[in-house]
Design a protein around this ligand. Sequence first.
Ligand SMILES: [Zn+2]
Ligand SMILES: [Zn+2]
Length: 164
Amino acid sequence: MTVFFCAKCGAELASDLMELPFVPEVSGRDVDRDKQTRLAPSTVPRGHYAIDPEPWGAPFAPPTDEPRPHHRRQLLMPPELTNWTSAGPRNTVVVHPDDVPALRLLDRRGRHQGCCGPLGTGGRNMACGCGALVATLAADCMGPYELHLDPVRVYAFDTEGAEA
Ligand SMILES: [Zn+2]
Ligand SMILES: [Zn+2]
């Protein structure tokens, strides 16, 4: 089991999460979205985390002529960033948003806000109690539902063996 802490203040952000070997494929089907909130099912189930080896989130690089693989967990982009690709950090830690209750959502307005939640395209938007922005939440009705812990601003502690 793994516990995640804020690298700035040391606060425990998520406890006892089990690692998945890869980021699960999500359903892209509209029918699987929550009837009330319109959120997709969380990419990672409660109690788990997965390391995303691909660049994820902001910043984004402009489109090139090279063919772009379609990404099933594609973020819904603000209009001016349509077809831009992520040049964000690799190895973000994807968790279920409800497993990290201590974080607050900032930046609730502006172009990176969808019609009912953050697009996740504006960079880190979730703050620890100490004020450090440590994670990015994507939670709109047309994109994935994921919380990505920043690999630099969060550190992991493996509890296996620690209790022996
Ligand atoms: Zn903190
Ligand atoms: Zn929406």
